[in-house]
Design a protein around this ligand. Structure first.
Ligand code: NG6
Ligand code: CA
Length: 517
């Protein structure tokens, strides 16, 4: 009897040991740190791992070539705020009428909504964002002189160090956990986006009235207040002490991101490192000036690539690479002239930021939303290439699954097996969005409905995807979407229209924009 008891006890101990070991392996694997490196307007062809063009991005390439490089990775929109909304909520941006490009507007994520940082926090993570936010702040007109809320800290981030909207919009200050950094109480900030004359003393210099005071010329828009010689969108006065330095912005965000990593090396952390490059105004630090031979746009891409290399080095130094999942992507496709004369067009040479795709930022064509999309996790993700379809909208559900949480977002799919093991299918279908218009990808087919509006935005010289007829492309055979197949394959077109309408449902675009026969 004693022997039997001993045997049972031993087996119990062995089983306990096994399950403990199993659990350890699981918890190590299933709870990596999460680092999302998010660029602003970086094109599919701007990364040398995707396009052996003129520009060299060795640090991004290192992640792409030693991790999983997706060739069919999408941002959720062809502009910034909607893409960021979708990334953090896993919901299609066209479901939210406020998910449009923000200019000083209110927070567009409901504070009760489940978000990526919230899911991670509930699994023991500490979440931070460093860099561009562009999801709105406050509920009404923002007072930059007191605590700014709600913002990133109210939708799940434990720590935030952000610029509010974009580098080309006022206010040109950093905001840390809801407080403007270095703000002098005696020099309060006033901001408005309507007209300069909203200020009491309305003789502040602007790009419109005082071009002689600018060191970067505006091409379209961008003729409001002049800060650091750069004319911006909107008007701002005060806050002199708090103004950022444009040429130091990359180094500044890098320093904050590095500090976050150092401080949280013992925690499970989520860092959303949201770089401002290569969005306008392109203001490389002088040590990158001229390096690309392509003017400021190329130079800031080199600067961003260098920053990513520095972050990699920090993870290496802190011995965090083996338990950090890195996702790198861009919020929308590329644009050359986005409102300033900065030689982006003139000095492009034979570099192709669009990677052979049609359209660009703001466009329903492929270059609007097909972006570099890379997953890297040293010793866990095998190096490889995936042609499966994946969207940033899937990141919340996939990361939730990777950390062992059950939450799945409304529109996202759990593609964790694809991300970690390059196994299983990606998406079968995807709604593509550009400035509230939508299109539909199903397998190798893309269908763009007819839309009113100009076919080409002449300012930025990008084809938007508007026309008065449906468009149907097979992007496997025709990746640059040159041949409209509506007449050749009407059956496929009708199938896609039906399916598209059934997904979009009542959320269908405003009728004045969409022409549905
Ligand atoms: C547009 C700006 C553009 C850029 C964009 C937002 C004008 C004429 N154009 O309205 O320069 O700031 O908004 O870009 O003002 S995004 O990448 O943040 O979506
Ligand atoms: Ca952008």
């Amino acid at each position: 009897m004693k022997l039997l008891k001993f045997l049972f006890f031993s087996i119990f101990l062995i089983l306990l040991g096994c399950s403990k070991n199993q659990k350890n392996i699981l918890s190590n694997i299933s709870k990596p740190n999460i680092l999302i490196i998010y660029l602003d307007d970086l094109g599919y062809g701007d990364v040398s791992a995707y396009n052996k063009g003129k520009i060299q991005t060795p640090n991004i390439d290192k992640l792409a070539n030693n991790g999983l490089k997706f060739t069919n990775g999408y941002s959720s929109s062809a502009t910034c705020s909607p893409s960021r909304y979708a990334l953090l909520t896993g919901k299609y941006p066209w479901r939210n009428p406020n998910a449009k490009i923000i200019t000083g507007g209110s927070l567009i994520i409901d504070t009760t909504e489940v978000t990526l940082p919230k899911v991670l926090n509930s699994n023991g993570y500490y979440s931070g964002i460093v860099g561009k936010w562009h999801l709105g702040l406050g509920n009404t007109k923002i007072n930059y002189n007191s605590l700014i809320s709600p913002g990133p800290n109210q939708v799940g981030f434990n720590y935030s160090y952000i610029m509010a909207d974009t580098q080309d919009r006022v206010p040109c200050v950093y905001i840390e956990n809801g407080k403007v950094v270095n703000l002098d109480d005696d020099d309060p900030i006033e901001v408005n986006f309507a007209v300069n004359s909203n200020f009491d003393d309305y003789n502040l210099p602007t790009g419109l009235n005082n071009p002689e005071l600018t060191n970067m010329k505006w091409h379209h828009g961008h003729n409001g207040s002049i800060i650091n010689g750069v004319p911006r969108i909107g008007y701002m006065k005060g806050g002199e002490n708090a103004l950022w330095s444009d040429i130091d912005m990359a180094d500044h965000f890098l320093k904050k991101a590095n500090e976050f990593l150092e401080e949280n090396k013992e925690n499970n952390f989520f860092l959303f490192y949201s770089l401002q490059q290569p969005h306008v105004p392109r203001t490389p630090h002088p040590r990158f000036e001229g390096l690309s031979g392509m003017g400021p746009r190329g130079d800031v891409i080199l600067e961003a690539d260098w920053c990513i290399g520095q972050i990699y080095k920090t993870l290496e130094k802190l011995d965090l690479l083996k338990n950090t999942l890195i996702i790198l992507s861009s919020d929308n496709g590329p644009v050359l002239n986005d409102g300033y004369y900065d030689n982006a067009v003139e000095l492009l040479g034979d570099h192709d930021p669009f990677g052979g795709l049609r359209g660009g930022k703001y466009s329903l064509f492929e270059a609007g939303t097909k972006v570099p999309f890379i997953a890297y996790w040293k010793n866990t993700i095998q190096s490889g290439v995936s042609n499966e379809i994946i969207s940033q909208i899937d990141l919340l559900s996939s990361i939730s699954s990777i950390v062992g949480d059950k939450f799945r977002s409304k529109d996202g799919q759990d593609l964790s097996n694809l991300i970690l093991n390059n196994q299983g299918n990606g998406r079968k279908e995807l709604i593509i969005e550009a400035t509230t218009r939508t299109a539909f990808r199903s397998g190798d087919w893309v269908m763009i409905p007819p839309y009113n509006g100009v076919p080409v935005n002449k300012n930025v010289n990008i084809e938007l995807g508007n026309s008065n007829e449906y468009k149907l492309f097979n992007i496997k055979n025709d990746p640059s979407q040159r041949v409209n197949l509506i007449k050749v394959n009407n059956i496929q077109l009708q199938k896609m229209i039906k399916r598209y309408k059934s997904i979009i449902g009542d959320d269908i675009n405003s009728p004045e924009k969409l022409i549905l026969e």
